[in-house]
Design a protein around this ligand. Sequence first.
Ligand code: DQA
Length: 149
Amino acid sequence: MNTQKVIVIHGPNLNLLGRREPEKYGRMTLAEIDQALVALGAELGLEVEAMQSNDEGAIVTRIQATRDDGTAGLVLNVAAYTHTSIAIRDALVFCERPAVEVHLSNVHKREPFRHVSLIADVCLGQILGFGPQSYLLGLRALAAHLSAG
Ligand code: DQA
């Protein structure tokens, strides 16, 4: 089996995981989540690259690059940009790669402005509300999609 490369993109403020509103986002750090994703990826035959940025433009540029750099698919938690970024949505359409949207918290139990996702309909699906497990479930969903295709 050839290993496929997937990218996990974490958006703004997720570098603070473990310290940021732990009652909403839990106590696991981003490094611990990334470690778990790399380990699960190895089980699933996926090479996982993870990146975090607080910068919308850096996220747009990284998503654009996935069209030509051998990336098979994406798992995305673009955090607050989920609710605001037409630019990230446009980059996802351009890259023509399957993407899974994930969130740690159940955004539908929170403020109304978090109920809107500008990327939901250009992703395969959404997984949210399961804390760090949302990422692992998202990676499993992407793996299943890639192996079916
Ligand atoms: C989040 C939900 C967003 O509304 C919020 O801005 C985040 C994190 C989540 O994972 O639950 O930063 O994407």
